[in-house]
Design a protein around this ligand. Sequence first.
Ligand code: FAD
Length: 444
Amino acid sequence: MELKTDVLILGGGITGLALAERLKGSGLRTLILEKAGETGGLSRTAKAGNFLFDLGGHRLYFSKPAVREWTEKLLKGRAILRPERNSAVFTGGRLLKYPPTFLNGLLYAAPVLFSKGRRAETRQPPATLKGWLETRLGPRVHDRYFRDYTKKVWGLGTDELSPLWAERRIGGGFSVKSLLLELFGGRLSSKENAGRFLYPERGIGELPAALRESAGPSAELLAGAEPLEIKFKDGRPRSLTFRQGGERAAVNFKFLASTIPLRSLLGLIPGAPAGLGGGLRYRSLVILFAALRRKKPLPQHWVYFPDADAGFSRVCELANWSPLMAPGGWLPLTFEFFCDEGDALWNLPEEKLTALTFDSPAFKKLFGYFEAGATAVERLPHAYPLLYAGSEGPLAAAKKELAAFPNLLLCGRTGAHAYLDTEECLLDAWSAADKIKIQILKGE
Ligand SMILES: Cc1cc2nc3c(=O)[nH]c(=O)nc-3n(C[C@H](O)[C@H](O)[C@H](O)COP(=O)(O)OP(=O)(O)OC[C@H]3O[C@@H](n4cnc5c(N)ncnc54)[C@H](O)[C@@H]3O)c2cc1C
C-alpha cells in the first residue's frame, strides 16, 4: 500500500493533533501516524475497569488569555470544572500546604531569610542546576528544597543537571526577592503556582479528543502504526515506510512534522551519524492507579513526597479532580514513580509495586486503614526530556543535522526535546502550522 499526503505528522499527542487541527481549512491534507493504539500521548486518560485516571495529574493553566479562551471554546460542549488548586508537600511526617500560606510560609522561608549574603558570587553563567540555584537563592535553600527531591525526581544530583531546566520551569528572573514575594505577597513568580485551573470532568483525555474532533476529516489518523524508515529524494525526506497490523506500507509527503521522541526520529534516518541520538536522554514515569475505600479523601488535588521513605514522588486524590473519577464510594489515587526505562522500578510487576506503595511509612501515615480495590499500572518511557549538564551539546548537534532538511520540522515537548507544558505545546503547534503553510503554499 502506498499513501500520499501533504503533511505527515509523526505522533498523535497534543502537539500532533493541534498541528493537524490548525492546518484544517488550509487545503492541505494531513496524516497523523501514531505508534500507540490511541491518541493523546502523555495527555491520555486511561481506564481501569469503570475507573478513569490521567497519566499523572494534568491541569490546564495558561499564561496567555488568548490560548485559554481558545481552549475553552474548543472544549465547549464538554463538562469543564474550574477547581481552585489545593496541593501540599508531605515531609518529615507532616503535610505542609504548597504553595505556602502566610503562616506556614515562615517554615519555608527560614532558609531563604538566612541565606541572605551567602549566595555564591560569580560572573560566569552557571554550568549546572546547583550553580544556578546557589547563585540565585543561596546554598541553604538549595540544600533544603532542591538537593534531595531533585535526585529523587531526576535520578541525578543538582550538580549533574543543566540550568536549562530551571530557566524554563522556574524562570530566569527568579530570585530570593521573588521567592519571598511569592511566599508572603501572593505575587506569582511562575505560572505553575497559579490558583485556579481548568479540568475536563472526564479527564485530560478530553483535550486530545476535542482536538481530533475539531481537526475533522481532512486530518487522517493511522493508529497502531510503527514508522520504520524515512526515504530521501533530492536530499529531502519524501516518504516513510511503516508497519501497521503486520503489513508494511509507505506514505509519500511534501512536509514532515515530528512530535515523536527526537532519538526515535534519528533512528528512522538511514545514514544519520552513528551515536547522534545517544546523548539524548529521558526520564521515565511509572503510574500506579489504586482504588481504595477510606473514610474520607485528602483535601488536596495532589501531594508531593520529597522524602526517601516514599518511593513515589507525587500522589493525586482523584475525587478532588472530578467526582466522575471516584464512582461507587471508591476513593482512587494515582502514585507517580520516577525511574529510568528498563531499571528495577520500571520492571517491577504490578503486585510488587502495589505492595511497595501500601507498605511505605508515608502511605501508612497518610492513608491509615483502607480496603483495596482495582489497581492498574501505566509506564511512560519518554515522560520528561532529561536535561543533564552537558546535554546542550548533543541536542544542538542533533538539531543542526536535521535543520539541513527544509521540509522537516520538530515540534512539541517530545519532538523538540524541550520541557513544554500543554499551553506551550499548543503555541508550538500553531507556529509550526504557520511555517508549513507558508512553505508549501509558496511552493518551496
Ligand atoms: C506526569 C505529567 C504531568 C503533567 N502535567 C501537566 C499539567 O498539569 N499541565 C500541563 O499543561 N502539562 C502537563 N504535562 C505536560 C504535557 O503532558 C505535555 O506537554 C504534552 O502532553 C506533550 O504533548 P506532545 O504531543 O508534545 O508529546 P507526547 O504527548 O509525548 O506525544 C508524542 C506522541 O508520539 C507517539 N510516539 C512516540 N514514539 C512514536 C513513534 N516512534 N512513532 C509514532 N508515534 C510515536 C506517542 O505515543 C505520543 O502519542 C505533564 C506531563 C507529565 C509527564
